[in-house]
Unconditional design. Structure first.
Length: 286
């Protein structure tokens, strides 16, 4: 995908999507498609994935991700499926310890250690950050933004991962970490904030996920929600993620929403989340 010598912008400019990027940069030069320093590579050998282990058994195969061994051709990736993790992630001592050892032994190349902030954060916090990212190796999303703001490129787009039921084949999974209410009017004190920083990082996540996946050759045309594919995930990704992160970027990213769509017990995007929606929370035509 993206080698360490070239920026995402370089890759984009070699691809048909370059025209899309050029138009965007003309509209807002400061926006940019993002460069490599804006996200953490959690899945290719350029990043810490050199320590990522196979953990998932699929038939006779062992895989470094939860999914199917057979990749999905990049031309078949037409959708983004939005999620929230419905959980907060932390790290235990036993998960931090290997990273402390690797830092102490100088096993991380200086460039990588610097990338994770060793000079600013110190050894313990850097190890905790590395361990937190490594926890997401068992999580099926292709892209995820953490509560601390870190954006992870977590699985290559051609990996068939189990992130969204019927969305798995055609969609890359893009997720925001946190306990988010299905609807903001149901918000409780125990929920995570959907403040300005959360929304800004979510938008950064979505821009990076779309730009890099298109640069890899995927014809992303639509965005959908896990809610539409599962009766158990009706609040996924939740009103804040959809209304404040997805909706404002639809035109900019050239993504469409199929507002009537739902399958397998899921429900369409609700009017509670999106003023253009055609169905209510219960799935009835509005
Ligand atoms: Zn989900």
């Amino acid at each position: 995908m993206v080698s360490s010598e070239e920026s995402v912008l370089d890759v984009l400019m070699r691809h048909p999507v370059a025209e899309w990027v050029r138009r965007r940069l003309e509209a807002d030069p400061a926006a940019g498609p993002g460069d490599r320093d804006e996200y953490f590579d959690n899945c290719t050998d350029d990043g810490i994935a050199r320590w990522r282990e196979d953990f998932f058994t699929r038939g006779a195969r062992r895989l470094p991700f939860k999914g199917r061994a057979e990749p999905v051709p990049i031309e078949e990736k037409t959708h983004v499926c939005m999620h929230n993790t419905a959980a907060r992630f932390g790290t235990a001592r036993y998960q931090r310890r290997p990273w402390e050892r690797r830092l102490d032994a100088g096993e991380l190349p200086a460039e990588l250690a610097a990338r994770y902030g060793l000079a600013e954060l110190g050894r313990d916090a850097t190890a905790a950050r590395l361990a937190l990212h490594a926890r997401f190796w068992t999580v099926a999303y292709h892209w995820v933004v953490l509560r601390n703001g870190d954006v992870l490129y977590n699985n290559e787009p051609t990996r068939y991962t189990f992130h969204g039921n019927g969305a798995n084949a055609a969609a890359i999974g893009v997720s925001m970490e946190g306990m988010l209410p299905a609807r903001e009017r149901d918000r409780r004190a125990s929920h995570d904030a959907a403040d300005e920083a959360f929304v800004a990082r979510g938008q950064r996540l979505l821009r990076l996920a779309v730009a890099t996946t298109r640069a890899a050759g995927a014809p992303l045309t639509h965005i959908t929600a896990h809610r539409c594919f599962s009766p158990d995930r009706r609040g996924d990704p939740g009103e804040a993620a959809w209304r404040q992160v997805v909706v404002p970027l639809l035109d900019e990213l050239g993504l469409e929403v199929d507002y009537g769509f739902a399958e397998a017990g899921g429900r369409p995007i609700p009017t509670d989340w999106d003023d253009s929606a055609t169905h209510d929370w219960a799935g009835r035509e509005a």
